[in-house]
Write a protein that binds this ligand. Sequence first.
Ligand code: ZN
Length: 398
Amino acid sequence: MTERLYYTDPDCLEFEAAIADVEEVGGRTIVRLDRTAFYPTSGGQPFDTGRLDEARVVDVIDEDGTIAHVVQPPAGTLRQGERVTGRIDAERRRDHMQQHTGQHILSAAFVRLHDVPTVSFHLGGISSTIDLAGEVTRDAIDAAETVANRVIWENRPVTTRFVSGEEATSLPLRKPSQRTGTLRLIDIAEWDLSACGGTHVARTAEVGVIAIRAWERYKGGTRVTFVCGQRALRSHRELRDIISHAARALSVAPAEMADAVEKLIADARASRKTTRMLSEELITCRVAVLASRAEHVAGVDLVVAALEDADAVALRHAATSLVDACGRVVVLLTTSQPASLVVARSADVTAVDASALVRYLAGHFGGNGGGKPELAQGGGFNADRDSVAREVATFLFT
Ligand SMILES: [Zn+2]
């Protein structure tokens, strides 16, 4: 059993302890002490970092009563029975205390205002989340956020006390505890009473501010993402910079940005429509030019051409237009390498199998493909227009 100093004194950031044991497990050095101020990952709150003498603490694990400190090698002078000085990284601890106390205040606001309990909490590296048991409206979220901030600014005391499980049953806990034996209660004066093993600030004003960044439907309830204290300031700066960058790029004031973006989207949609129309017209023109260059080979009018800037869809479109006329075999390819290729033939040219021609060309130029006797296509061909034209002629004469 390790004595947990943070239970009664969350401001204790430096402490002396005796080393109970040092163990090497899977290349990691684990140190256990008789007492510690290091918080182990639990209840949604991540572990503290810091040092045991000179050794860096990189993880802290709750082993059901005993706390294991994982230290970065070399563990140096850490030996069983020796004394050691523990130092907690103050900034990380302060941040966790702000986020965690903010969570108590916000969860209580959702219960008090909307009767929606929190079912889980996760304190992340950038933001934190609570999962609410029900769906909530935007107005309900705004109201909970407003009241939670009022509680912060009222600077209410946050106290810790220990009670038996039996005593706890008669107390107005926000959430009934599943634990037996002694319970640690966190009391935010006249606002929230919860059983919790985490670290919290001493007065609500230390949380600074709670800002809800986002919410979404999640497993039949709502996942609310929020930031407190320093993180809220960081988040505000980040959003300010993103918005001013975007507003500058659009040459509008930040307040006009939403309208400007909507206009941009509408313009882009109109441009895409125009581009589609123009490319269809272009294909029609190309088809007319190609048709005029058809050569009479082996009883058919043969068109073989490489189309610049065309993709497989454009090739197919052009080829099917060309074979609307009688007596044609059309082979179109892209100029990019390896080339895509489309073969089509008019309905009356039953002696030519487009699919067989694609496979024949694949045999000569690599690539692959297939399709139907009247229309086939393929990709990965290492060939230019002239070499393809020669092989098509050979195919048609055999
Ligand atoms: Zn807590």
